[in-house]
Design a protein around this ligand. Structure first.
Ligand SMILES: NC(=O)c1ccc[n+]([C@@H]2O[C@H](COP(=O)([O-])OP(=O)(O)OC[C@H]3O[C@@H](n4cnc5c(N)ncnc54)[C@H](O)[C@@H]3O)[C@@H](O)[C@H]2O)c1
Length: 329
């Protein structure tokens, strides 16, 4: 069955990553809702019908799945409308810019038979799936810690209307934009949930009103420690996308795998000899392709791991430490 996708919010991530992944999966982008003329033009080039808003889209045609990629503060109104229409809905991270909105969204989806979830595409990067298989097979003994660096450069002129630098629209800065990727990915890799989380944030380089860096420290239910540095103030030529899982008999590093693109490197370091070897994985597939296939399978009624309640628990833990951290800015 060809999955007929609708997309609400056809900006950077939808146009450059999600739509190509839908086409690569054999699906179709049949409709796009976005008020921007520029976004509508891009969508027409894909052969999609275009609408100014989701209401007009759902009133005029059937779709199998909806992907929401509006700015963060507009996730909730679009998501709620989709849920009222009974649509399977995959919503970009963060689920919302505020915990209150995220909780209301999860509440509104309770009891809905259609699958709904947060678009944590990093779960679907082939390097991360291979890494998880190695952890399960005991390749590094007992995991003790996960260390992540995930940074980029978001200057004040990053886009025409840089909603990421607007506290109302984004819900915050580098922390809410980037950290949830690493937190969810580690939950996936370890098959465990974070139990404790604390953070400090900085407004250090850029003049905009949201934080441009954050350092998070946590512990999982099973005892594994986490450190996570996210930033909007890291030059892009520096090593800035690295994840390392350390264990009692070795470690595995994932280099340049976090992010939207395919490829990167996976390296196993032996705890006895210190030797390092590359681990093979499928470098032809980007994380969005796996994400599209997984959600399409969920729509067809196949088993899946989309779980808004889990995502809300993570948002709650994140939000508590985020509020405290911002009080100290
Ligand atoms: N998973 C990832 O790797 C990843 C990467 C980038 C962005 N994101 C997330 O995706 C979302 C969008 O980010 P972006 O960088 O593509 O932003 P963007 O600004 O490039 O695109 C947002 C689009 O939403 C449209 N829009 C605004 N209001 C709307 C409405 N009411 N209905 C429909 N469309 C509306 C805008 O016109 C714009 O085209 C954010 O939540 C962001 O956090 C995720």
């Amino acid at each position: 069955m060809v999955t007929r996708w609708g997309i609400a919010g056809f900006g950077w991530v939808a146009r450059d990553y999600m739509a190509p992944a839908i086409l690569a999966s054999g699906g179709r982008v049949v409709a796009v809702a976005d008020p921007s003329e520029h976004a509508q033009e891009s969508a027409r080039r894909l052969g999609a019908e275009v609408f100014d808003d989701l209401g007009a889209m759902t009133a005029s045609l059937d779709i199998d799945a909806l992907y929401v990629a509006t700015p963060n503060h507009l996730h909730r109104p679009v998501f709620d409308q989709a849920v009222r229409a009974g649509l399977p809905t995959l919503c970009e991270k963060p689920l919302a810019g505020t915990l209150a909105d995220a909780a209301a969204m999860v509440e509104s989806a309770t009891g809905l038979r259609a699958p709904c979830g947060t678009a944590f595409d990093q779960r679907h990067h082939p390097a991360h799936r291979t890494l998880k298989e190695h952890l399960r097979a005991g390749a590094i003994g007992t995991p003790t810690a996960v260390r992540i660096v995930y940074g980029c450069w978001v200057g004040p002129d990053w886009s025409d209307r840089n909603w990421r630098a607007d506290p109302e629209a984004a819900g915050g800065g580098a922390a809410i934009d980037l950290a949830l990727h690493g937190l969810d990915l580690t939950q996936y890799l370890l098959d465990d949930e974070l139990a404790l989380l604390t953070m400090v944030v900085q407004k250090h380089v850029h003049a905009y009103p949201v934080e441009d860096g954050a350092m998070l420290v946590g512990r999982f239910g099973g005892g594994v420690l986490l450190s996570l540095h996210v930033s909007y103030n890291c030059p892009e030529a520096l090593p800035r996308r690295r994840l390392e899982v350390v264990g009692t008999s070795g470690s595995i590093s994932a280099i340049d795998t976090m992010g939207q693109t395919r490829g990167g490197r996976l390296i196993r370091h032996c705890g006895a000899t210190g030797r390092s070897i590359d681990i093979e994985f499928d470098s032809s597939r980007c994380p969005f392709l796996g994400q599209v296939e997984a959600f399409a399978a969920a729509v067809r009624g196949e088993p899946h791991d989309y779980d808004l309640s889990r995502d809300l628990r993570l948002m709650r833990l994140f939000d508590r430490s985020y509020q405290e951290a911002r009080a100290w800015l």
